[in-house]
Design a protein around this ligand. Sequence first.
Ligand code: NI
Length: 207
Amino acid sequence: MTLTRQRILIFALAALAAVALLLMLLMRVQGPAVTGTGTGGAPDIGGPFSLTDHHGRRITEAALTGHLTLIYFGYTSCPDVCPVELQNIGAAFDRLNGEDPEKLARLQGFFITVDPERDTQAALADYMPNFHPKIAGLTGSPAETAAAARAYKVYFNKAQAAPGEKSYLVDHSGIVYLMGPDGKFLAHFSPNTPPDQIAAKLRDYLF
Ligand code: NI
């Protein structure tokens, strides 16, 4: 090989390496569709929480173990979005009637309030019977519910009430999360996902 050909070869290899590096950088910049854990696995949704359900039982992330859990954040004074979403979750559970009862026993839903000042245990005890019995309402101190919302990357913001107005709205994200029996994130559903679609996903993971 002549010196010139060797140089051309080295130049070509360097150019190839540069292109490969550029491609890798571009893919990095574009990144995955959901924010990752850094391990390249499921998004970093979930984690420790400590709340009280509408029966007064302490519920932590340990309650996810061995279950398929749908988790939704909202509040009982929500005029329309939350009731519809809770109805959809209940309807999805109902679509699975007829499956093995042992498997169905592993299904559960958690409705976690972003309005703990109004959504006391007593308020949730009044509200939850409107929905599927598998859905438990969870509340806690403002710090506890905020910590849970943070773990699930849920945004919420208490809107300023009009002057003289006692009632207020709480703006909040409306994503439903599906968590697996190891407490890890499996899937999410955007607001107003049809119950059939949620049920199909539950069936995929039912064990
Ligand atoms: Ni709502």
